[in-house]
Design a protein around this ligand. Sequence first.
Ligand code: ZN
Length: 459
Amino acid sequence: MDTPESHIARACLDAYAALPKGGGKPQKRSNGRNEWTILAGCVLETHPSKFTVIALGTGVKCTPYERISPHGDVLNDCHAEIICRRGARVWLLDRLLAEISSDDIIIDDIPRIFHIANGSHAPVQYSLQQHVHLHLYISTLPCGEASSIALYARHTLEDGHKSLYPHPAHVPRLIRGRIRPDIETSECILRTKPGRRDAPPSISMSCSDKILVWNAIGIQGAFLSSWLTSIFLTSVVISMPQETHMGIHQKEYESKCVWALNYRGSSLHNHKLKVSFVSICFPDSRESVELRTHQEYGVAQADENWSKVEPEPCAASILWVPGYKMESLLGGVKLGASTKRKNGGPLPASSWSMICKRAWFLKLIRSQKVLNEPYYSLSYYESKHPLHASGRQHYIKAYQSEKSQLRGNTDSKTRISLFLEQIHKDPEHESMASPSASDAPLAAWLVTPRKWTDFIVEG
Ligand SMILES: [Zn+2]
């Protein structure tokens, strides 16, 4: 059926199909294993039924904490949704600059999307026009709380019986990855990104958690806040074909998603995000590739030989933003690019993705120069956390203050050390309570410490 949701999903799947094969797209490995991935797309709606894909991302990996670069030149979180949101920000900034420097009513076939938000008060801030909407398409449920019932159902199917876990003595505030998907609570649980239990842990928060935050303070982030008022997603469209329901009614998945991405704790005053499911399949999804593998090798998932042909997640990611060449990424840098550091310094610029912190910061500095705006020679961290509230810094400060109302202001280093210590002591550790005394709704959030974001770039 032709609904706006199916248009959004189709637009993303068509844009993905049009991108070159190979590179970061899933492939068949030399040992015959097929690969799968997750796709996310950001879609701009300018008129009813006029949808433009402004960013695509794929990927399922993230960098362990111990390998985070202090130069901002490696993408830590390579999940599709996160790559896509960062790509969308690049498109939005380019678009803003194009609209500021032109009087045309239509630019690149799209009518102007921004208008001045704050009248005569300087400096000028822009907003999305009221009739313009942004949608996020995801080829499966986002990791974290939104997918916990699906994960639990999968465990149960694989075990052949309902998985039994002892009831936790207290509801944890923060859980590592996929552990304890069974916990049903009205309280807000945050999760780090899933990964193999024997792999070094990451401190990246799950996509469900990040979408929840975008839904509270916008997708634009601190830097773009200096020019743009908060930009919210209008809807999230998720591919959920009947075959992936695992005996659970779609309504249950929907209500869990709405709760996980919108509310999760009464003190969150969120913009209401619409969640829609479509039955359209992403051809490189885990389920589609499993089905193809079954047909190709004649081995069913229940067979003991399945483990020999079972598809593997694709380690690479792709990023595509209209007007730019598609990027293939591996380990957070361009596929095949140098990962050698001279004297511990940053990687060569040819290795960076255009959405890594370093390249993004550089783009912002260059944009300030294009707009003849004052530029301060500060580190990435200092620019994101200005001490003064003059000029545009006022807007960044306001954004940060909203963010700290959500996460509280507790010491991130202590919180991370406790988290890692607990995992080190007991890798199977079920959960942990937040060591934070703050009553902020997302106080258990693991914030990247300043030492990883204090780099300077030469504009
Ligand atoms: Zn994710």
